[in-house]
Write a protein that binds this ligand. Structure first.
Ligand code: UD1
Ligand code: CA
Length: 448
């Protein structure tokens, strides 16, 4: 059956005390909205509608970055969850199938849970959870396995407040049925809002079926304050560490490995202590990332080793068996198979051919203060320690540069380039110079 996602993201998030719309605060390096959208993507929705309100423009931009086909509709006034969903319905004109309602501030719903919800057979299915502390959640009033209605805390009797089965807010319902029921909603309740939750009672009054699918409370965690955002980040990291280890990645100190939303790590890769993965990182099988590395927007191939203390920035592409050692920074550069960059080096806007060795202290001088320029180094070359490669410049295959060279002109294949002043050696001069310097210091002390 076709699926449409409706994601509610109009809320201001007053308790965040922020100029930034709540759903744009990041978890795992990306807006929390993306987490809900990504979980929904697992249902292969035909249409995704995001209901925006507070900070609509920024929320729309973020939603479209994740899914360019997402339709954003504005809820100009915040009159309740039912009213919010109603704003989405015109965007579903002509859609027939099941609508799934999610919240943009509930990032931990899993794809598996949504799949279970989508498979449910009732006319209306609500995702519920047994709350450790039911607090002010809406309560699910059931009779046997059937869901009778949802009662909001504000409107509930003492007996209803004693119910521990709570509403997560996630709901699955036929889109046409939803449109019909929404038109029957009133705001005659304690909050004076149009409650989405009332569609359950209305469906039952029509003799239709409603049921509850349950999930772990952790999945329904909503974020309303900075402390909850911090707790959500902790929960996200814990989940990603566990997932990585389950899929065969060795984490030498799991609590110090930090993942992004989209980090991909292959089986039998080894990750040392204190490694941070920014967005856009792929590490292939059997690669090793040693302690204290920071990686972002890069790809590390099978068998490569990185670090300790290395930084891979966006566009760093390491082929198989590349070795990048300590205090090396790589940006927008491709290193072909077997390249070695052992120590203290910056490679930016560069291409390095296979099995080339880059000596300690090499720098691609890629920026002239106005524009960036490329450095191209061929295969099997040897770049001597402390070579400055003043881009744009090319060093050919099987070529060498002498240590300490400043390379400003292209070096042909197989050539040796020496770009430094010739050494002069003066016998005995060091001893004389020391004596002179010591005498000068002694005179200075005597004058005090
Ligand atoms: C809602 C449910 C409650 C459930 C709880 C779970 C209703 C009436 N109540 O209550 O049963 O236990 O969620 O967290 O649905 N939103 C809009 N526009 C609006 C109102 C809300 O976009 O006009 C969005 C919010 O930004 C948020 C979500 O809908 O993402 C839920 O709204 P919120 O005000 O937090 O609902 P609760 O009162 O917590
Ligand atoms: Ca809430």
């Amino acid at each position: 059956m076709a699926t449409a996602l409706i994601i509610l993201a109009a809320g201001q998030g007053t308790r965040m005390n922020s100029d930034r719309p709540k759903v744009l605060h990041p978890i795992g390096g990306v807006p929390m909205l993306w987490h809900a959208m990504a979980a929904g993507d697992s249902l292969f929705p035909e249409t995704t509608v995001v209901v925006t309100g507070h900070g609509a423009e920024a929320v729309e931009k973020a939603a479209k970055t994740h899914n360019p086909e997402a339709i954003c509709v504005l809820q100009a006034e915040r009159l309740g969850t039912g009213h919010a969903v109603r704003q989405a319905m015109p965007a579903l004109e002509g859609f027939s199938g099941r609508a799934i309602v999610l919240y943009g501030d509930t990032p931990f719903i899993t794809a598996e849970t949504l799949e279970r919800l989508a498979e449910a057979r009732a006319d209306v299915t609500v995702l519920g959870f047994e709350a450790a502390d039911p607090g002010r959640y809406g309560r699910l009033v059931t009779q046997g396995t059937a869901l009778e209605r949802i009662v909001e805390w504000k409107d509930a009797t003492e007996a209803e407040r004693a119910i521990r089965l709570c509403n997560s807010g996630v709901m699955a319902i036929d889109a046409d049925l939803l449109a019909g029921l929404l038109s029957e909603l009133t705001n005659d309740n304690a909050a004076g809002e149009y409650y989405l939750t009332d569609v359950v009672g209305l469906a039952r009054a029509r003799g239709l079926s409603a049921e509850v699918v349950t999930c772990d409370e952790a999945e329904t965690l909503g974020i309303n304050a900075r402390s909850e955002l911090a707790a959500a980040e902790v929960a996200f990291q814990a989940r990603r560490r566990a997932d990585a280890m389950e899929t065969g990645v060795t984490l030498l100190a799991p609590e110090s490995t930090f993942f992004s939303f989209d980090t991909v790590i292959g089986r039998d890769a080894v990750i040392g202590p204190n490694v941070v993965f920014g967005p856009g990182v792929t590490i292939e099988s059997e690669a090793e990332i040693r302690a204290f590395c920071h990686l972002e927007g890069c790809h590390v191939s099978r068998g490569a080793t990185v670090g300790p203390f290395a930084r891979l920035r966006p566009g760093a592409e390491l082929a198989e068996d590349v070795h990048v050692g300590n205090f090396v920074e790589i940006k927008n550069a491709t290193l072909d198979e077997g390249v070695k960059v052992g120590h203290l080096t910056y490679l930016g806007d560069a291409h390095v051919g296979e099995h080339t060795n880059i000596g300690a202290g090499t720098v691609t001088c890629n920026y002239d203060g106005v524009s960036k320029h490329r450095t191209t180094i061929g295969a099997r070359a040897f770049i001597g320690s402390d070579t400055m490669l003043v881009a744009p410049v090319k060093v050919g295959a099987d070529a060498m540069t002498a240590s300490g060279s400043v390379i400003t002109a292209d070096v042909p294949d197989g050539a040796l380039a020496v770009g430094r002043a010739r050494q002069e050696t003066k016998p005995g001069l060091a001893v004389k110079l020391f004596e002179k310097l010591k005498a000068a210091k002694a005179r200075k002390l005597a004058r005090r």
